[in-house]
Design a protein around this ligand. Structure first.
Ligand SMILES: Nc1ncnc2c1ncn2[C@@H]1O[C@H](COP(=O)(O)OP(=O)(O)O)[C@@H](O)[C@H]1O
Ligand SMILES: Cc1cn([C@H]2C[C@H](O)[C@@H](COP(=O)(O)O)O2)c(=O)[nH]c1=O
Length: 228
């Protein structure tokens, strides 16, 4: 039975790496798939992982119709056994419904990868529809960590290094390199207008305590008093 599976996790939790690995494993067993992504950091029509691998992918836009895409490919003689759908949070709810229909009516396996919530902890529309429709939701096993060492569950946005809670839902960007526990600052300083992201545990997301705030309060953030 074909399945619609949603692999979810915070930013930097290995979703794109897993997407590439699943594509590789299915292709290695003779299955034919199509890779899709939207707004990948590496640029248009790419699927890239922070581990260094980047491969071409079909760029999804608001006009993409997955049903038509698969029908067109099959009409031209191509086999489509599975779809790899990265950055699925940016897809429209209607596109996620098309993906579910492909599973049910054409027997195509669909593997979606994405973050569930935005910098305000609100669900992205595409992810909400995935959570509603998926046969299975899998949380990635590799834990992205908050600066305090707890599992990171939320994505924070920073502008000029300061956490913000207002702004456009979609701003493509990357996580900054985290400061080292020994205090050595390896982070690249942010440009004046730069938007960055940092993954945090819920407690620190709610209190707006990013690694920079924690470092400013104590040179050894792990020993901060309760309340931070
Ligand atoms: N230099 C590195 N060495 C080992 N693992 C790394 C390195 N850089 C990144 N990673 C791993 O890659 C993960 C990010 O992978 P990626 O697929 O880009 O994440 P996502 O798509 O979820 O944002 C990190 O959580 C980390 O486990
Ligand atoms: C939290 C949040 C993230 N984004 C963007 C930033 C990145 O370009 C992607 C996530 O990619 P990743 O492979 O999971 O690291 O989403 C955004 O536009 N809005 C947000 O609130």
């Amino acid at each position: 039975m074909a399945q619609l599976v949603f692999f979810s996790g915070t930013m930097d939790s290995g979703k794109s790496t897993l997407a590439l690995q699943m594509d590789h494993n299915h292709a290695a067993r003779g299955r034919d798939g199509v890779r899709f992504s939207r707004n990948d950091r590496a640029g248009q029509a790419m699927l890239s992982s922070r581990l260094g691998l980047a491969v071409p992918a079909v760029e999804v836009t608001d006009d993409t119709d997955f049903w038509t895409e698969v029908v067109r490919r099959r009409t031209h003689g191509a086999r489509v056994d599975y779809l790899i759908c990265d950055e699925v949070q940016f897809y429209t709810p209607g596109q996620v419904e098309q993906l579910a229909r492909l599973v049910d009516e054409m027997g195509v396996d669909v593997f979606g990868f994405g973050i569930t919530t935005d910098f305000r902890t609100r669900l992205f529309p595409g992810s909400a529809r995935m959570l509603e429709l998926a046969d299975r939701v899998e949380v990635l096993q590799v834990e992205a960590l908050c600066w305090c060492g707890s599992r990171a569950t939320h994505n924070a946005r920073t502008v000029r290094g300061v956490m913000v809670t207002e702004g456009e839902q979609v701003v493509v960007g990357d996580t900054a390199e985290a400061p080292r526990p020994d205090g050595a600052d390896t982070a690249v300083p942010e440009r004046e207008d730069e938007v960055g992201y940092e993954v945090l545990c819920r407690r620190h997301h709610m209190r707006h305590v990013t690694s920079a705030v924690a470092r400013a309060a104590s040179p050894s953030p792990q020993t901060l008093p309760l309340g931070y």
